[in-house]
Design a protein around this ligand. Structure first.
Ligand code: SF4
Length: 210
């Protein structure tokens, strides 16, 4: 297996997939780092992707139910959200971010969401890691879009709940509100600490600092 990221020749960042013990980063909390998964267990991958898909479906349902009295709002906003969230997560990310990710260089590797496999089918690996490292820069960066795909339905459903209070809307809105911190907690405790790309991923850095 190639030990270096293919972008090394263009970047000043050397991405070693199997860092030596001396090169291991010192974790912020000084505890020993958990060993990384080159190939994430299938059950974790399926669980994470199901949680993501369930959140998008829940968000769409919450918008529909909250605004069902005004179909002219409910249908276009709900469907537009579902299309945006799905395309952003399962098409744009593999096309734009994943090509510069270290998982694209691991033979038989599988990242936490298995999007490296989809990315490998869609496009070649990036010649540098610029997109991967810039994913948190700017208002329309990949991280902002990803955050929007998770957060957007909540204020829309809350507005519908305020205008047309109902139990179904309240239940769906509460489920959305629980799903967000649950995903953040899972990312911090179960996903990022075992991800090979956590040393270079700006999102993991933000999560660590939070
Ligand atoms: S870890 Fe993230 S950036 Fe890397 S391949 Fe998987 S989804 Fe893409």
């Amino acid at each position: 297996m190639d030990q270096r990221h293919p972008a090394r020749h263009k970047s000043d960042v050397v991405l070693r997939l199997v860092p030596s013990a001396a090169a291991q980063p010192v974790p912020d909390d000084r505890r020993p780092a958990a060993p990384s998964f080159r190939r994430y267990p299938l059950a974790r991958v399926v669980g994470l992707d199901l949680l993501t898909a369930a959140h998008f479906a829940l968000g769409c349902a919450a918008i529909f139910v909250a605004w069902r009295g005004q179909p002219i709002v409910a249908w276009p906003v709900g469907l537009a959200y579902l299309v945006f969230a799905t395309v952003q997560s399962f098409l744009l990310t593999p096309l734009v971010v994943c090509p510069g990710c270290v998982y694209r260089t691991v033979t038989d590797g599988r990242c936490p969401s298995a999007l490296n496999l989809l990315s490998a089918r869609l496009c070649p690996p990036a010649s540098d890691t610029a997109e991967f490292r810039r994913r948190t820069c700017g208002p329309l960066c990949q991280t902002s879009l990803s955050l929007a795909s998770w957060v957007f339905p909540l204020p829309v459903a809350l507005a519908g709940l305020a205008l047309h209070p109902s139990w179904p809307t309240a239940v769906l809105t509460a489920a959305l509100a629980v799903s967000l911190p649950l995903r953040a907690y899972l990312g911090r405790t179960a996903v990022c600490p075992r991800c090979l790309s956590r040393r270079w991923c700006p999102v993991a850095r933000i999560i660590r600092a939070a």
